[in-house]
Design a protein around this ligand. Structure first.
Ligand SMILES: [Zn+2]
Ligand SMILES: [Zn+2]
Length: 142
């Protein structure tokens, strides 16, 4: 029951982020928009169907560019075998991860406005974001 984000207009999104539009970047962005959370090697695999021979290192570079330009963001998950990326949504959503199969789904803000959680001691910092990972067992694994 993996969800997918709405299709993106890749060239418009790239231009809007100040990135040069290339066939490789468009293919990576489309692959990223079709999988809710993807590792770089998964993106590489699906982009290869469109651009045979594209190097894994090239996909890594593109994902880094996307992250810097806030087109994509890294999903920080404790104990994940590889980094997962998703389209930047500009929100403060969280993730729920199955501890058996590793499936990851989005969880919307838990109590309304970001950052969703109030730390017991912010150590004088103005909190702008909270990253929460719920860990569980999905219905397929149960
Ligand atoms: Zn599972
Ligand atoms: Zn997400």
């Amino acid at each position: 029951m993996a969800h997918t984000h709405a299709p993106v207009d890749a060239p418009t999104r790239l231009r809007g982020a100040g990135l040069r539009v290339t066939a490789q970047r468009v293919a990576v962005l489309e692959a990223l928009s079709q999988t809710a959370h993807a590792a770089v090697d998964e993106l590489h695999e699906s982009v290869q169907r469109e651009i045979p021979g594209i190097a894994l290192q090239t996909v890594h570079g593109i994902v880094n560019d996307f992250t810097t330009a806030h087109v994509a963001q890294r999903v920080s998950l404790p104990g994940a075998s590889s980094a997962l990326y998703e389209l930047a949504r500009g929100d403060n959503h969280h993730h729920v991860q199955c501890i058996v199969c590793g499936r990851v789904e989005d969880v919307e803000c838990v109590v309304g406005a970001a950052p969703c959680l109030t730390p017991s001691d912010a150590h004088g910092m103005r909190i702008v974001e909270a990253a929460v990972t719920f860990r569980g067992i999905c219905e397929d694994c149960e």
